[in-house]
Write a protein that binds this ligand. Sequence first.
Ligand code: IPD
Ligand code: CA
Ligand code: CA
Length: 269
Amino acid sequence: MPDNYQAILHSAMTAAQAGGHVLQRYWHDGIELRDKSEFGGKTYDLVSDADLESQEVIARSIANDYPDHELLGEEDLTGDITAEHLWVIDPLDGTNNFAHHIGHFAVSIGYFVDGVPTVGVVHNPISGDTYTATRGGGAFRNSQPIRVTNADHLSKSMVGCGFYYDRGDMMRSTLAAIEEFFSHDIHGIRRFGTAALDLCAVASGQFGAFFEYKLSPWDFAAGQLIVREAGGIVTNAKGDPLGLTQSSVLAASTAIHPHALAITKKHHP
Ligand code: IPD
Ligand code: CA
Ligand code: CA
C-alpha cells in the first residue's frame, strides 16, 4: 500500500474525531432541529447545527492537510465527483437517531482517487468505535482486523435494512423485500438508522446482508470500502456497480450476496 494512503487515513481519522467531538458536545447540550426536505408535504429529513458544525470542522481539517482536494458533503459541500482526489463526507449519519436521543450515529469520511474508493473511516463518537479501511490494506475496528460473517446462507443470518424518507412506493418495496427475507428463515431483521454503521455491521460479521433502496454517496462512501476490505461484496440492489450518485445498496458476504440479491432485485422500486 502506498505510504500516502497511511497519511490520508491519518488525516481522515483526525477529521472524523474532530467531527465526533462536535457531535458529542451537541449530544450533551441538546440541539434544535429543522426540516430539510419535504415528502408530500410532510417532513422527516432533519438537520441541526450539529450536522453543520461537524461538517465545518471536518472540511477545515481535511483542507488544512490537502488544500487541493475536492470535498463533497451532505450539507451543501459540492465537490466535483470527477476530481482526481475527492473526499465524501457525512458529518452526521443518523440524524434521526441523534434527534431522538438514540446514541447510534456516526461521522463517515471516504476518500476516492479518480472515483475509486481508497480510504474509508466511520467513527461512532458515542461507542468510541472507529472503523477504517484502505484499498488493499484490509478493514479494522479500533485497529483490530474485521471480517464478514462465515455463514454461507441467509437462514443463518441477521439482515440489516434502511428506509429512505419517502413513505410511498419505496417504503412498500422495502417492506415486500423484508417479508421475503423472513420467508428464507433469517434470524432477524434490524433497522438501526445509520447506513454507514450498517455497512460496518456487515464488515464485522454482525449482519449477513444489508440493503436500502435509496442512499446518497456520503452514506456509503466509506462503508463500501470497509465491507470490501473485510471480504464482502457491495453493489446496488440490482447487482450493478455503485457509483458516486444516489443509489440503492446491497452489501453482504460473498456467499450470501447472490441469495440476498435475488430478493432485493425482485422488489427493486
Ligand atoms: C440516513 C441514515 C439512515 C438511512 C437514510 C439516510 P442521515 O442518513 O443513513 O439510516 O436509512 O436513508 O439518509 O440523513 O441521517 O445522514
Ligand atoms: Ca447519511
Ligand atoms: Ca447526514
